[in-house]
Design a protein around this ligand. Structure first.
Ligand SMILES: [Zn+2]
Length: 95
């Protein structure tokens, strides 16, 4: 399955996201020098979404079979899926 990358309008503090279908969105305002590392980081999430290790719905994240409340864990660098993507990509993002 291919992964698409598209630029979108997004919250001011969000540079990139992985969608639940395993595609990547980048903020249209992303600084040029962040593009490469954000894509690398998000590709870590894409792998985990496609393998089934990472999923989410309106209320929760699901990481390797464990449930994490979204209100509590959204945007945290210490979330296990962020640690995983940051380790793979050499980045330090919380999204
Ligand atoms: Zn992330």
């Amino acid at each position: 399955m291919n992964t698409s990358v598209s630029h979108i309008e997004d919250d001011a503090n969000v540079l990139g996201r992985t969608t639940s279908s395993g595609n990547i969105t980048l903020s249209k305002d992303i600084p040029e020098n962040h593009i490469k590392s954000v894509i690398k980081h998000e590709l870590g999430h894409v792998d985990d979404v496609k393998s089934g290790a990472l999923a989410w719905d309106d209320n929760n994240f699901y990481w390797k079979g464990k449930k994490y409340n979204k209100a509590e864990w959204q945007g945290r660098k210490d979330a296990p899926w962020e640690k995983d993507a940051n380790k793979e990509a050499g980045t330090n993002y919380g999204r």
